[in-house]
Design a protein. Structure first.
Length: 200
């Protein structure tokens, strides 16, 4: 599966909001300036389509998903019963790489994706190397002994991070207690506009 490997700040500046997992004084200072040599000159009002497109791009950048995968995910959600925006958040938040990040085993989704791909994450005691794997309620996510000794992981563990209500963590192990809802997380995009974009 492909992934974006270019400059991360460029993506955030294109959206005008910090959709990355890190805080940066440089990024905060330049968020209102679009990327590129003529970024300051390109500001103009967005059409309805343009607004929907930007919301979709924010979600893709935030969760590190490419277009085909994201499109398939939205279409799959649209076929399910329930509030589509809520279901979309639920599916995005229960991706294995995101769960590892939300449990604060890593400081970014990119790092979470990497340790999953390298086989350092176990789901119910079984090694899982697919970042998009859908974690189910009561599934136990654990880091293997090798990555548990990583300085960055140990530093984060020592900080006693705040864990979201749909997750529980103890040491290097965490559990998905229930499926998350839109009200459980703060996201910088509008799920309704994303659904409208793919419903054209």
């Amino acid at each position: 599966m492909g992934r974006y490997t270019g400059p991360k700040h460029r993506l955030a500046r294109r959206e005008g909001v910090n959709v990355l997992d890190k805080e940066s004084k440089t990024l905060t200072r330049r968020l209102n300036i679009p990327p590129g040599m003529h970024g300051r000159k390109r500001k103009r009002a967005l059409s309805e389509f343009g607004t929907q497109l930007r919301e979709k791009q924010k979600a893709k950048v935030m969760y590190g998903i490419m277009e085909r995968q994201f499109s398939n995910l939205v279409k799959k959600v649209q076929k399910k019963k329930g509030e589509t925006g809520d279901l979309l958040i639920s599916v995005l938040e229960t991706r294995l790489d995101n769960v590892v990040y939300r449990l604060r085993f890593t400081k970014s989704r990119n790092m979470a994706r990497q340790i999953v791909s390298h086989g350092h994450v176990l789901v119910n005691g079984k090694k899982t190397t697919i970042p998009s794997y859908q974690v189910k309620p009561e599934d136990v996510v654990t880091l293997d002994s090798k990555i548990s000794k990583n300085p960055d992981v140990l530093k984060l563990a020592a900080e006693e991070p705040v864990i979201l209500g749909f997750l529980a963590r103890e040491g290097m192990s965490g559990k998905l207690l229930r499926l998350p809802h839109a009200k459980d997380v703060e996201v910088p995009f509008d799920t309704q506009l994303i659904i409208e974009y793919y419903s054209r």
